[in-house]
Design a protein around this ligand. Sequence first.
Ligand code: HEC
Length: 91
Amino acid sequence: MRGPLPAAAVALLLALAGCSRPLPDADSPAAVAYAQQCGLCHPPHQPSSMTAEMWKIQVARMMEMRTRRGLPPLTAAEQQVILDYLTSHAG
Ligand code: HEC
């Protein structure tokens, strides 16, 4: 059985984008930086899925993940942009 193509195409695009919902302020530079840097190893998580306090811990943990994978660390400024974005949309 075949569903209507547009719906299937949209579902595929969403699956490829790795998230079922768009990120808040998806076009802002901070959101783009977040999606790029934090979408390298897994799809970026929704900012609302964690509290600001949890994001602080996760961003620090993920710097270790980068090191383990041989990726260069993010600069303090990059981390701050991402953390500010996450905390301002935190749950
Ligand atoms: C180098 C690869 C890599 C990058 C880059 C990366 N992560 Fe992760 N992330 C992982 C792995 C591997 C896991 C699963 C293992 C774990 O949670 O310990 C994970 C899990 C997570 C989880 C789930 C934790 C949980 O308790 O469910 C969150 C949230 C997360 N990452 C956020 C981020 C954020 C925010 C960034 C950007 C600052 C980021 N990740 C960048 C590798 C990465």
